[in-house]
Design a protein around this ligand. Structure first.
Ligand code: NAP
Length: 258
Protein backbone atom coordinates (compact mmCIF):
# COMPACT_ATOMS: atom_id res chain seq x y z
CA UNK A 1 0.00 0.00 0.00
CA UNK A 2 1.35 3.46 -0.88
CA UNK A 3 1.71 6.09 1.79
CA UNK A 4 0.99 9.78 1.29
CA UNK A 5 2.13 12.50 3.67
CA UNK A 6 -0.21 15.45 4.08
CA UNK A 7 1.50 18.47 5.64
CA UNK A 8 -1.47 19.89 7.46
CA UNK A 9 -2.67 22.52 9.93
CA UNK A 10 -5.18 24.30 7.70
CA UNK A 11 -8.86 24.00 6.83
CA UNK A 12 -7.91 22.79 3.35
CA UNK A 13 -5.78 19.97 4.76
CA UNK A 14 -8.68 18.79 6.92
CA UNK A 15 -11.07 19.02 3.96
CA UNK A 16 -8.67 16.97 1.86
CA UNK A 17 -8.35 14.31 4.57
CA UNK A 18 -12.13 14.16 4.96
CA UNK A 19 -12.71 13.98 1.21
CA UNK A 20 -10.06 11.33 0.73
CA UNK A 21 -11.35 9.15 3.56
CA UNK A 22 -14.90 9.44 2.28
CA UNK A 23 -13.76 8.37 -1.18
CA UNK A 24 -11.65 5.58 0.20
CA UNK A 25 -14.58 4.17 2.14
CA UNK A 26 -16.85 4.65 -0.89
CA UNK A 27 -19.20 6.95 0.98
CA UNK A 28 -18.96 9.25 -2.03
CA UNK A 29 -19.59 7.94 -5.54
CA UNK A 30 -16.23 8.05 -7.29
CA UNK A 31 -17.71 7.70 -10.81
CA UNK A 32 -14.29 8.32 -12.33
CA UNK A 33 -14.46 12.06 -11.74
CA UNK A 34 -12.06 12.30 -8.81
CA UNK A 35 -10.67 8.88 -7.94
CA UNK A 36 -11.19 6.20 -10.51
CA UNK A 37 -13.09 3.12 -9.37
CA UNK A 38 -10.02 0.92 -9.35
CA UNK A 39 -7.84 3.41 -7.46
CA UNK A 40 -5.33 1.63 -5.22
CA UNK A 41 -5.76 1.99 -1.44
CA UNK A 42 -3.58 4.63 0.17
CA UNK A 43 -2.39 5.22 3.70
CA UNK A 44 -2.82 8.94 4.32
CA UNK A 45 -0.85 10.50 7.20
CA UNK A 46 -1.69 14.06 8.22
CA UNK A 47 1.18 15.86 9.90
CA UNK A 48 0.60 18.67 12.39
CA UNK A 49 3.29 20.95 13.80
CA UNK A 50 1.84 20.47 17.27
CA UNK A 51 1.69 24.19 18.03
CA UNK A 52 -2.06 24.39 18.72
CA UNK A 53 -3.13 23.12 22.14
CA UNK A 54 -6.35 21.47 20.95
CA UNK A 55 -6.14 20.89 17.20
CA UNK A 56 -9.28 19.88 15.34
CA UNK A 57 -9.46 16.16 14.57
CA UNK A 58 -8.56 14.69 11.17
CA UNK A 59 -10.34 11.76 9.56
CA UNK A 60 -7.07 10.00 8.78
CA UNK A 61 -4.00 8.84 10.68
CA UNK A 62 -2.25 11.80 12.30
CA UNK A 63 1.26 12.52 13.55
CA UNK A 64 2.35 15.58 15.54
CA UNK A 65 5.52 17.62 15.89
CA UNK A 66 8.32 18.87 13.67
CA UNK A 67 10.56 16.52 11.70
CA UNK A 68 13.72 18.19 12.95
CA UNK A 69 14.54 20.18 9.87
CA UNK A 70 15.03 19.15 6.28
CA UNK A 71 17.37 16.30 7.29
CA UNK A 72 14.74 14.87 9.63
CA UNK A 73 12.04 15.14 7.00
CA UNK A 74 14.31 13.47 4.43
CA UNK A 75 14.86 10.57 6.86
CA UNK A 76 11.11 10.35 7.63
CA UNK A 77 10.16 10.21 3.95
CA UNK A 78 12.61 7.37 3.41
CA UNK A 79 11.69 5.46 6.57
CA UNK A 80 7.94 5.63 5.93
CA UNK A 81 8.40 5.01 2.17
CA UNK A 82 6.35 8.07 1.35
CA UNK A 83 5.11 7.89 -2.25
CA UNK A 84 3.87 11.50 -2.47
CA UNK A 85 3.66 14.63 -0.35
CA UNK A 86 0.87 17.19 -0.33
CA UNK A 87 1.91 20.44 1.28
CA UNK A 88 -1.35 21.97 2.52
CA UNK A 89 0.28 24.16 5.16
CA UNK A 90 -0.64 27.80 5.63
CA UNK A 91 0.57 30.20 2.90
CA UNK A 92 2.85 31.84 5.49
CA UNK A 93 4.33 28.57 6.78
CA UNK A 94 7.37 29.03 4.56
CA UNK A 95 9.86 27.04 6.64
CA UNK A 96 7.91 23.81 6.37
CA UNK A 97 7.23 24.34 2.67
CA UNK A 98 10.88 24.96 1.89
CA UNK A 99 11.92 21.83 3.78
CA UNK A 100 9.31 19.80 1.91
CA UNK A 101 10.59 21.06 -1.44
CA UNK A 102 14.21 20.30 -0.60
CA UNK A 103 13.57 16.84 0.86
CA UNK A 104 11.20 15.80 -1.96
CA UNK A 105 13.61 17.11 -4.62
CA UNK A 106 16.47 15.14 -3.09
CA UNK A 107 14.47 11.90 -3.01
CA UNK A 108 12.46 12.38 -6.21
CA UNK A 109 9.19 12.21 -4.24
CA UNK A 110 6.31 13.97 -6.06
CA UNK A 111 5.21 17.10 -4.20
CA UNK A 112 2.01 19.08 -4.60
CA UNK A 113 1.20 22.38 -2.92
CA UNK A 114 -2.46 22.86 -2.08
CA UNK A 115 -2.91 26.54 -1.36
CA UNK A 116 -6.03 28.63 -1.18
CA UNK A 117 -6.25 31.63 -3.51
CA UNK A 118 -5.07 34.94 -2.13
CA UNK A 119 -7.67 37.63 -1.41
CA UNK A 120 -8.21 40.44 -3.89
CA UNK A 121 -7.92 43.95 -2.45
CA UNK A 122 -11.12 45.35 -0.98
CA UNK A 123 -11.96 48.69 0.67
CA UNK A 124 -9.14 50.87 1.99
CA UNK A 125 -6.49 48.19 1.37
CA UNK A 126 -2.78 48.80 1.91
CA UNK A 127 -0.29 46.08 0.93
CA UNK A 128 2.98 45.53 2.77
CA UNK A 129 5.82 43.10 2.19
CA UNK A 130 6.44 42.49 5.90
CA UNK A 131 4.65 42.68 9.22
CA UNK A 132 7.20 45.25 10.41
CA UNK A 133 6.32 47.59 7.54
CA UNK A 134 2.58 47.10 8.06
CA UNK A 135 2.94 48.03 11.75
CA UNK A 136 5.26 50.98 11.05
CA UNK A 137 2.58 52.47 8.77
CA UNK A 138 -0.05 52.54 11.55
CA UNK A 139 -0.74 56.04 12.90
CA UNK A 140 -0.03 57.00 16.50
CA UNK A 141 -2.70 55.69 18.89
CA UNK A 142 -4.42 53.40 16.37
CA UNK A 143 -6.70 50.70 17.79
CA UNK A 144 -5.80 47.63 15.78
CA UNK A 145 -7.46 44.28 15.31
CA UNK A 146 -4.45 42.10 14.47
CA UNK A 147 -4.87 38.59 13.05
CA UNK A 148 -1.23 37.97 12.23
CA UNK A 149 -0.63 35.06 14.61
CA UNK A 150 0.72 34.73 18.12
CA UNK A 151 4.20 33.75 16.91
CA UNK A 152 4.96 37.21 15.62
CA UNK A 153 4.43 39.65 18.47
CA UNK A 154 7.86 41.31 18.71
CA UNK A 155 7.12 43.99 16.09
CA UNK A 156 4.04 45.08 18.09
CA UNK A 157 5.93 45.39 21.36
CA UNK A 158 7.94 48.49 20.36
CA UNK A 159 4.73 50.34 19.33
CA UNK A 160 3.37 50.94 22.81
CA UNK A 161 1.37 53.91 21.52
CA UNK A 162 -0.99 51.41 19.82
CA UNK A 163 -3.85 49.38 21.28
CA UNK A 164 -3.45 45.97 19.71
CA UNK A 165 -6.21 43.36 19.95
CA UNK A 166 -4.29 40.26 18.92
CA UNK A 167 -6.54 37.42 17.86
CA UNK A 168 -5.29 33.84 17.58
CA UNK A 169 -6.51 30.32 18.40
CA UNK A 170 -4.28 30.10 21.50
CA UNK A 171 -3.26 33.30 23.26
CA UNK A 172 0.45 34.10 23.81
CA UNK A 173 1.54 33.64 27.44
CA UNK A 174 2.91 37.02 28.44
CA UNK A 175 2.10 40.31 26.76
CA UNK A 176 2.70 43.98 27.53
CA UNK A 177 -0.38 45.96 28.57
CA UNK A 178 -0.96 47.56 25.15
CA UNK A 179 -1.47 44.12 23.52
CA UNK A 180 -4.74 42.45 24.46
CA UNK A 181 -5.05 38.78 23.47
CA UNK A 182 -8.29 37.45 22.03
CA UNK A 183 -7.96 33.67 22.07
CA UNK A 184 -10.72 32.25 19.92
CA UNK A 185 -11.06 29.87 16.98
CA UNK A 186 -12.93 30.88 13.81
CA UNK A 187 -14.78 30.80 11.54
CA UNK A 188 -16.30 34.23 12.14
CA UNK A 189 -19.29 35.81 10.46
CA UNK A 190 -19.31 39.37 9.14
CA UNK A 191 -21.87 40.12 11.85
CA UNK A 192 -19.54 38.84 14.59
CA UNK A 193 -16.53 40.67 13.15
CA UNK A 194 -18.52 43.90 12.95
CA UNK A 195 -19.61 43.52 16.60
CA UNK A 196 -16.00 42.85 17.69
CA UNK A 197 -14.69 45.90 15.83
CA UNK A 198 -17.40 48.11 17.32
CA UNK A 199 -16.88 46.74 20.84
CA UNK A 200 -13.16 47.60 20.80
CA UNK A 201 -13.50 50.83 18.75
CA UNK A 202 -11.14 49.40 16.17
CA UNK A 203 -9.63 51.94 13.76
CA UNK A 204 -7.42 49.58 11.68
CA UNK A 205 -7.38 45.93 10.66
CA UNK A 206 -3.96 44.30 10.31
CA UNK A 207 -3.99 40.90 8.68
CA UNK A 208 -1.99 38.64 6.39
CA UNK A 209 -3.21 37.69 2.95
CA UNK A 210 -4.11 34.21 4.12
CA UNK A 211 -6.83 33.90 1.45
CA UNK A 212 -9.69 31.46 1.49
CA UNK A 213 -12.99 31.60 3.28
CA UNK A 214 -11.98 33.41 6.48
CA UNK A 215 -12.51 36.81 4.90
CA UNK A 216 -15.35 38.11 7.10
CA UNK A 217 -12.91 40.47 8.86
CA UNK A 218 -12.13 42.12 5.51
CA UNK A 219 -15.77 42.55 4.60
CA UNK A 220 -16.58 43.96 8.03
CA UNK A 221 -13.63 46.40 7.96
CA UNK A 222 -14.46 47.49 4.42
CA UNK A 223 -18.07 48.15 5.38
CA UNK A 224 -16.83 50.69 7.97
CA UNK A 225 -14.21 52.13 5.61
CA UNK A 226 -11.47 51.09 8.06
CA UNK A 227 -7.93 51.01 6.67
CA UNK A 228 -6.88 47.39 6.09
CA UNK A 229 -3.14 46.77 6.40
CA UNK A 230 -2.28 43.54 4.65
CA UNK A 231 0.99 41.62 4.78
CA UNK A 232 1.15 40.05 1.35
CA UNK A 233 2.28 36.45 0.82
CA UNK A 234 5.87 35.41 0.47
CA UNK A 235 6.79 34.30 -3.07
CA UNK A 236 5.50 30.86 -4.02
CA UNK A 237 8.42 28.62 -4.98
CA UNK A 238 6.66 25.29 -5.46
CA UNK A 239 6.53 23.84 -8.97
CA UNK A 240 3.06 22.26 -8.79
CA UNK A 241 0.33 24.24 -7.10
CA UNK A 242 -3.44 23.69 -6.99
CA UNK A 243 -6.08 25.73 -5.24
CA UNK A 244 -8.86 23.23 -4.61
CA UNK A 245 -9.23 19.93 -2.78
CA UNK A 246 -10.76 18.37 -5.92
CA UNK A 247 -7.66 19.28 -7.96
CA UNK A 248 -5.42 17.86 -5.25
CA UNK A 249 -7.33 14.56 -5.34
CA UNK A 250 -6.98 14.42 -9.13
CA UNK A 251 -3.23 14.97 -8.79
CA UNK A 252 -2.99 12.26 -6.15
CA UNK A 253 -4.91 9.82 -8.33
CA UNK A 254 -2.55 10.47 -11.27
CA UNK A 255 0.62 10.28 -9.19
CA UNK A 256 -0.32 7.06 -7.41
CA UNK A 257 -0.97 5.31 -10.71
CA UNK A 258 2.51 6.06 -12.09
N1 NAP B 1 1.55 30.64 9.83
C1 NAP B 1 0.28 30.73 10.18
O1 NAP B 1 -0.28 31.79 10.36
C2 NAP B 1 -0.56 29.53 10.32
C3 NAP B 1 -1.92 29.68 10.35
C4 NAP B 1 -2.71 28.54 10.46
C5 NAP B 1 -2.10 27.33 10.53
N2 NAP B 1 -0.76 27.22 10.51
C6 NAP B 1 -0.15 25.90 10.59
O2 NAP B 1 0.66 25.86 11.73
C7 NAP B 1 1.85 25.14 11.44
C8 NAP B 1 3.04 25.95 11.90
O3 NAP B 1 3.05 27.18 11.18
P1 NAP B 1 4.38 28.04 11.09
O4 NAP B 1 4.06 29.34 10.47
O5 NAP B 1 5.10 27.97 12.41
O6 NAP B 1 5.21 27.16 10.04
P2 NAP B 1 6.75 27.19 9.64
O7 NAP B 1 7.39 28.41 10.16
O8 NAP B 1 6.82 26.92 8.20
O9 NAP B 1 7.27 25.90 10.39
C9 NAP B 1 8.17 25.93 11.47
C10 NAP B 1 8.51 24.51 11.82
O10 NAP B 1 7.36 23.86 12.39
C11 NAP B 1 7.33 22.50 11.97
N3 NAP B 1 6.12 22.31 11.16
C12 NAP B 1 5.38 23.25 10.51
N4 NAP B 1 4.33 22.68 9.93
C13 NAP B 1 4.39 21.37 10.21
C14 NAP B 1 3.58 20.26 9.91
N5 NAP B 1 2.45 20.41 9.19
N6 NAP B 1 3.96 19.04 10.36
C15 NAP B 1 5.09 18.88 11.09
N7 NAP B 1 5.89 19.89 11.42
C16 NAP B 1 5.55 21.12 10.99
C17 NAP B 1 8.58 22.27 11.18
O11 NAP B 1 9.55 21.88 12.13
P3 NAP B 1 10.81 20.98 11.74
O12 NAP B 1 11.77 21.87 11.04
O13 NAP B 1 11.29 20.49 13.07
O14 NAP B 1 10.34 19.87 10.85
C18 NAP B 1 8.88 23.64 10.63
O15 NAP B 1 10.21 23.82 10.25
C19 NAP B 1 1.85 24.84 9.94
O16 NAP B 1 1.60 23.48 9.78
C20 NAP B 1 0.73 25.66 9.37
O17 NAP B 1 0.02 25.01 8.36
C21 NAP B 1 0.03 28.29 10.41
Amino acid sequence: MKTVLLLAGTAEARQLATAYCALASHEVATSGTIFQQDAPPVRLIASLAGVTAKPLAYSCETRKGGFDGVGGLHAYLKRERIAAVIDATHPFAVGMSRNAMDACDALGVPLLTLMRQAWEPIGDWHSFATLEKAIAALPLGARVLATTGRKHIDPYIARDDLYVFLRSVDGPDVLPAHIVPIAVRGPFTVHAETALMKEHHITHLLTRNAGGESRARLDAAASFGLPIHVVERPPQLAATVVHTVADALHWLDDVLRD
